[in-house]
Design a binder for this molecule. Structure first.
Ligand SMILES: NC(=O)c1ccc[n+]([C@@H]2O[C@H](COP(=O)([O-])OP(=O)(O)OC[C@H]3O[C@@H](n4cnc5c(N)ncnc54)[C@H](OP(=O)(O)O)[C@@H]3O)[C@@H](O)[C@H]2O)c1
Length: 264
């Protein structure tokens, strides 16, 4: 009989996180899906995943940057899975105040201010540290997988995106933390990797389309790498691979899933 597998996916109810959840469900994972506040979409995600893949799905809402939210994820794991976790995927992400940031201010600065800075630090590295420190106490040696979702331009493989300075510093910290935990956890044979999606068609792009117009966004996508959007499931398939035995010897890697965008 195969052992049960459980994964926690933050921001797992829409967009890329949902693509990851679908691919993990296909691989037989039961799921805890985090989200912020969109309850209808979360319920739809649960109904579809349970109905299609015959897995158990639990929903936990809350701001990723709040410690209480991480406590709630792990209470859910304790109550429903006896405190056992196989995979952790930290994917949740959003714009500051749900507004796109496509222009510098009048002085030429792209920095969005300290409140925004703290928001991104809370949602990305602080949340990731809280998640990993708890998750590893729930994982068996030789059977634990950790994946973080980063963004293009947050490590030295590609030039920085000027508009991304405030979230980018937080994602860059996550990429450092992934290498740290990969090294720390290697003796336990628990892996820790980063997936870097390219431009992926999700609702996160709606404010950008609103600000720049669909034609400009399409022209931009048409000028990058393979000249098309990624789908959430293309990114999800790679995250699910990294949460499988086939990837048991891959750790500390930052893997672009972007149709060549990083080669620009
Ligand atoms: N889309 C791209 O082109 C792209 C490219 C590179 C990297 N990424 C990264 O991929 C990740 C997912 O992006 P996406 O495009 O899939 O976004 P999305 O479609 O807007 O989905 C975001 C998901 O995260 C949840 N969420 C957002 N902010 C949260 C917060 N502060 N606390 C807890 N949950 C939160 C949302 O919950 P609600 O439904 O309740 O709002 C939703 O489930 C992000 O880390 C993003 O930076 C995206």
């Amino acid at each position: 009989m195969s052992q049960s597998k459980t994964a926690l996916v933050t921001g797992g109810t829409r967009g890329i996180g949902y693509g990851i959840a679908e691919e993990l469900a296909t691989a037989g994972y039961d799921l805890i899906l985090g989200y912020r506040q969109n309850q209808d979409r979360a319920q739809d995600a649960k109904a579809h995943l349970e109905g299609t893949y015959n897995v158990r799905v639990f929903l936990v809402s809350g701001e990723a940057g709040d410690e209480a939210t991480v406590d709630a994820y792990f209470s859910c794991i304790q109550e429903n899975f006896g405190g056992k976790l196989t995979a952790l995927v930290h994917n949740a992400g959003a714009y500051w105040q749900n507004r796109s940031h496509t222009k510098p201010d009048a002085s030429g600065s792209w920095f969005q201010g300290w409140e925004a800075y703290e928001f991104f630090q809370g949602m990305y590295p602080k949340c990731f540290i809280r998640l990993v420190e708890r998750a590893v106490t729930c994982m068996e040696d030789g059977r634990g997988y950790i994946v973080a979702v980063s963004s293009p331009g947050c490590n030295t493989s590609r030039g920085p995106n000027l508009a991304y300075i405030t979230p980018g510093t937080a994602k860059a910290s996550v990429e450092y933390l992934v290498r740290h935990y990969a090294k720390q956890l290697a003796p336990r044979r628990i892996t820790c990797n980063v997936v870097i999606p390219g431009f992926t068609k999700t609702e996160a792009w709606d404010p950008v389309v609103e600000e720049l117009g669909a034609a400009q966004v399409d022209a931009f996508i048409g000028s990058c790498g393979m000249r098309r959007w990624a789908s959430p499931r293309e990114v999800g398939g790679v995250a699910a691979f990294l949460c499988s035995e086939k990837a048991a010897f891959i750790t500390g890697a930052s893997l672009p899933v972007d149709g060549g965008v990083h080669l620009k």
